[in-house]
Write a protein that binds this ligand. Sequence first.
Ligand SMILES: *[C@@H]1O[C@H](CO)[C@@H](O)[C@H](O)[C@H]1NC(C)=O
Ligand SMILES: *[C@@H]1O[C@H](CO)[C@@H](O)[C@H](O)[C@H]1NC(C)=O
Length: 411
Amino acid sequence: METVWSLCFPNFCLLLLPVLVLVLANGVHSHAQVKVFDVRSFSAAADGKTDDSKAFLDAWNQACQYKGEVQRRLFVPLGTYMVWPVVFKGPCTGPIEFTVKGVVKAPVDKSTFSLDHWITFQYVSGLLINGGGTFDGQGQYAWPENKCACKSLPVSLRFNFVNNTAIRSISSVNSKNFHFNVFKCDNLEFRRIRIIAPDESPNTDGIHMGDSSRIRIADSVIATGDDCVSIGPGSKDVEIIGVHCGPGHGLSVGSLGKYPNEADVTGLSVRGCTMVGTQNGLRIKTWASALKSNVYNISFSDITMKDVQSPIIIDQDYCPGGGCSKQIRGTSGSLLAVNLECSPTFPCQNINLEDIDLAYTGREGPAKSHCAHGCVGKASLENEREFLYAVFEFSGMQGRGTDHRGDGKAY
Ligand SMILES: *[C@@H]1O[C@H](CO)[C@@H](O)[C@H](O)[C@H]1NC(C)=O
Ligand SMILES: *[C@@H]1O[C@H](CO)[C@@H](O)[C@H](O)[C@H]1NC(C)=O
């Protein structure tokens, strides 16, 4: 006892003394290591009608530029806030939390429909968005304007040049266009996110990303009108784990090859996900163009699909609007479980599909597969009865996919 005491005492006390003095000097507030910037103290009306954008921006700017050594938090308490299009810009002087308990609503004024964003975070590092609150894009007032699904309505939440950021425990509902768009970001995590819009809502992709690396989407529910997650050119090291998708169009890589000099998609791992009632399951689509783009190192494993119209598609003839040099072959028949529509000039290489359990329950009999052009190796699914695993190999890279049916789980 005595040796311990005498060994520890000098260092210990000398180190602790300044800390103790600081704590006492700061009084009761010092235990809270957080400086809170409540939008209500910046005159947010929180009545759901008054434009509260200025309060949000003022709170952001002060929190972002705060010089103290404590954690800073922009706080949106319970209540409903109307926020017009805003850009929350960094860089900030340190990490920043954006905690939303309430409901933040987008305007329904048509003058805002031509903008590309509702809420944008830009040039920020060390951002944490959390709080259990909701971003409501009020897309139901804009979708009728976009029956052709060809208009660019505002994306609900854009992340441009954002690093080391987590978005947790929040909901995005009824976005006018995509719910989330990730561009030029590194190290972003989406966890426990709820993304909700009607299945007939146009272009309401859940999370779209491009030119970004180390993006993780985990333990989330995405029920929307377009792709649950879409992975555009330049995406690198993407993990999607424990995501429920449906309704929606499934999980898409692409579309790729539309523009010259697109960056490749490398490293995508999808594990433990469920697709229910989606139009597609896992889809890789490239335009039928001569533009070079590559997709490497993709792995799908432990994916549960229920009533998915086209569970696995690789389509090198993607051409939704028409006017391409080639026709798209039918990919929507629910009888067609696996569709590999590879291009005759640039065939898919080294695709292995093994043991896929994708039974079709309709009257027309067992599920079918289709493989056009250059399906090498074991790509043609000779066995169209019941399959149990899927193994993909792209350009020599390997991934492994499992399909279990009817696990009785309800999301
Ligand atoms: C994000 O990371 C990139 C690459 O390291 C860097 O160039 C950029 O300045 C970072 N952005 C912010 C806002 O920290
Ligand atoms: C694919 O993954 C392997 C193993 O992780 C890695 O060595 C290789 O560089 C990756 N290829 C590309 C093109 O990213």
